[in-house]
Ligand binder design. Structure first.
Ligand SMILES: [Zn+2]
Ligand SMILES: [Zn+2]
Length: 249
């Protein structure tokens, strides 16, 4: 499986990072539509796009308004956007309200199922979804292909008692949000985000192969907004994802 990070921060873009979006170009599959989605244009190589929305907080859905340009001049047959329940209506009535955005991009919304085989992506890629706790709710997923499994967990508060841990046990790669370094536990709980140590503990407890951190605090544009050194004492195989980083497993 090959993928590229189109954006790696949360809340708002900064000079180094766009908000979260991850693309599997060979499959036309995209996790979240943050501001980084404008970069999908240079990676489009299929005639269909399948966009998974973890939830519709603006930093994860604003990129849907860029779709006209993403597919401009491409032979695009269809763009499917998978979104949970009433959140589709929220997008249609608010994000795409004519006073906010002048025209509806060519999107087919599909209700997101929770559980196995939630999304069928071309080339035997299978997506299994599960709920995450976050204000308004969020959805995580496991992307599986050729016997490899990648877990995508963003916008939630990591903790060893969280039900999602059983879903991600033993995955080859865990993409997990880590908005805060340690010391911001109270703020993390209020906003539904994660601090460094608890994410590392989750990775260790679940026996994942590798941990890639995303949705890092946009106020810190340095190489290490997380405090990797102390995190590595708990789980050593960890990196912070960077925009346009390409990964193959
Ligand atoms: Zn977010
Ligand atoms: Zn959120």
């Amino acid at each position: 499986m090959k993928f590229v990070f189109l954006g790696t921060t949360g809340y708002h873009p900064n000079n180094r990072r766009q908000t979260l979006s991850v693309m599997f170009p060979d499959n036309g599959f995209i996790l979240d539509a943050g501001t980084g989605l404008f970069r999908a244009r240079e990676f489009v190589s299929t005639d269909q796009l399948h966009v998974f929305l973890s939830h519709v907080h603006l930093d994860h859905c604003i990129g849907l308004t860029f779709l006209f340009d993403v597919v401009n001049g491409k032979q695009m047959r269809q763009t499917q956007v998978y979104v949970e329940g009433e959140k589709q209506t929220v997008l249609e009535e608010h994000l795409f309200h004519p006073l906010l955005f002048p025209a509806m991009p060519p999107i087919d919304f599909i209700p997101m199922k929770i559980g196995p085989n939630a999304i069928k992506v071309p080339d035997q890629m299978d997506v299994h979804t599960f709920p995450l706790s976050h204000p308004g709710g969020s959805v995580g997923c496991i992307v599986q292909q050729d016997g490899k499994r990648i877990a995508y967990v963003t916008d939630t508060t990591a903790g060893l008692d969280e039900p999602y841990l059983e879903q991600i046990a033993g995955v080859d790669l865990l993409i997990h949000e880590c908005y805060f370094p340690d010391g911001f536990e109270e703020q993390a709980a209020i906003t539904g985000h994660s601090c460094a140590t608890s994410v590392a503990q989750v990775a260790r407890q679940c026996g994942v192969g590798e941990l890639l951190l995303v949705h890092v605090n946009p106020l810190d544009e340095t190489d290490d907004p997380i405090g990797l050194e102390s995190l590595r004492e708990i789980f050593s195989n960890v990196r912070i994802a960077e925009d346009l980083m390409e990964v193959e497993i």
